[in-house]
Design a protein around this ligand. Structure first.
Ligand code: FEO
Length: 427
């Protein structure tokens, strides 16, 4: 955690901090936070960054802060503007850590017009519906290249959805080349020094934040970068962590590297299995053998019990097709399989080919449950799952090879056999 004496005087005294002429940080520090949104550890706390832009024709507030820290936000705002000057409130992202102070801000500046993305409307309704009395602000839904004039300067909007919510957008102040970028390029680092050039090494915080927040949306990050890179911003002003003004291209390049599409040629099939008595392992090997008969597909098998989940997740992110094998124990797939499947929410698996298989003793629910999870992840299941009672026979191993061939064929074209795959007995 940053030592309290590391704060700027302004940050310590709840004053706004200038980041460019007529542009101030008016956010809140939360250095004691140790867990964010349940899923992230925040050993260095965080910040909720909000900004104020002053033009000749009024003031715009960009984002707010978590409700519990609203006092800090309002104190900073009041140090540089009167509420009556606020013409616009821009919300680049409405997750509650950035919209928590909105109801009170609307009460104090009822004349302000809200500028949000088209997809943010429904979220806004959800946030305001229980506020009494319910605020009725004027709302303008904006898209790429729409702009807001503040007289002698202009804010331009850039539609960047799903980084990491449907509503997310960026706002660009061209005359100072400041990009207000929401959670993009952010990190959880509650350091009152505020600027990257005043803080030591924090790449691990940037990478950790990307891995847990942006990684599942890598394709949308690539789309956002395509919009942002041509701007060559001089300052990146995210909603969490340091303001990035020291060679900001470094952060853009880091995101390019992190979001790069994994090389996909030749196509790969990764088979993951766990086996109590070697039967599901036999199935995995037979599936791999069948898939390997198709030229051009690289096949690998992985014993879930013997490896690390994080490494498996990386493999799955890079694979074109995956298969998961589990025995059925107590009417369920086994815990290591669920641990791996639950980790897939952190990567982009939508559209990947997938299949399930497993040996069972008497009921065999595991395969169906795994398939249900794979469908929930929006993966494609081109072949039905394969359940085999106890020890696979030669015919059943041939069915495994068929499954492998068909799964591989779904990647490169060609034909698997028409053999019926479900050899399960009712159980
Ligand atoms: Fe920092 Fe997605 O909220």
């Amino acid at each position: 955690m940053a030592a309290p004496n590391a704060m700027t005087d302004a940050a310590r005294h709840r004053e706004a901090v200038a980041i460019a002429p007529g542009v101030h940080w008016i956010g809140a520090l939360d250095p004691q936070l140790r867990n964010f949104d349940i899923i992230l550890r925040t050993e260095q706390g965080t910040t909720y960054n909000a900004y104020l832009v002053r033009g000749s024709d009024g003031v715009a507030v960009i984002d707010t802060v978590k409700a519990g820290l609203a006092d800090e936000f309002f104190a900073r705002l009041e140090s540089v503007a009167d509420y009556g000057e606020i013409r616009a409130i821009v919300l680049d992202h409405l997750e509650p850590d950035h919209s928590g102070a909105l109801p009170e801000l609307l009460r104090r500046a009822p004349q302000a017009t809200l500028y949000i993305s088209v997809r943010a409307r429904a979220i806004l309704n959800g946030l305001l519906k229980s506020v009494t009395p319910r605020p009725q602000p004027a709302v303008v839904a904006v898209k790429t290249d729409d702009s807001l004039s503040l007289g002698d300067r202009k804010l331009r909007f850039i539609h960047t959805p799903f980084v990491h919510w449907p509503d997310t957008q960026c706002t660009y102040l061209a005359d100072e080349a400041v990009l207000f970028c929401g959670d993009l390029f952010g990190c959880h680092l509650g350091d009152g020094r505020l600027f990257d050039d005043r803080i030591g090494e924090f790449w691990p915080a940037i990478d950790y934040y990307y891995a847990h927040i942006m990684r599942p949306f890598a394709r949308h990050v690539r789309d956002a970068l395509a919009e942002i890179l041509p701007l060559a911003p001089r300052v990146l002003a995210p909603t969490h962590g340091p303001i990035l003004r020291d060679r900001p291209h470094r952060y853009l390049e880091r995101y390019q590297a992190l979001a790069r599409r994994p090389a996909s040629a030749p196509p790969t099939l990764a088979i993951f299995y766990i086996s109590a008595y070697g039967n599901t392992a036999q199935m995995a090997e037979a599936i791999a053998a069948g898939a390997s008969e198709l030229a051009g597909v690289q096949v690998s098998t992985h014993d879930i019990e013997a490896g690390e989940t994080a490494a498996f997740v990386d493999l799955i992110e890079g694979a074109d097709a995956v298969a998961f094998g589990s025995p059925t124990i107590n009417s369920d797939a086994v815990k290591p399989v669920w641990d791996l499947l639950s980790s897939l929410a952190t990567i982009d698996v939508k559209g990947k080919r997938a299949a399930a298989f497993g040996s069972y003793g008497w009921s065999g629910e595991a395969v169906g449950l795994i398939e249900e999870r794979l469908r929930g992840l929006k993966m494609q299941l081109p072949v039905p799952g394969l359940r085999i009672k106890l020890i696979p026979s030669d015919e059943e191993l041939a069915a495994c090879r068929d499954l492998g061939r068909q799964l591989a064929a779904s990647l490169v074209g060609g034909h698997g056999s028409a053999r019926t795959l479900d050899l399960a007995e009712p159980g």
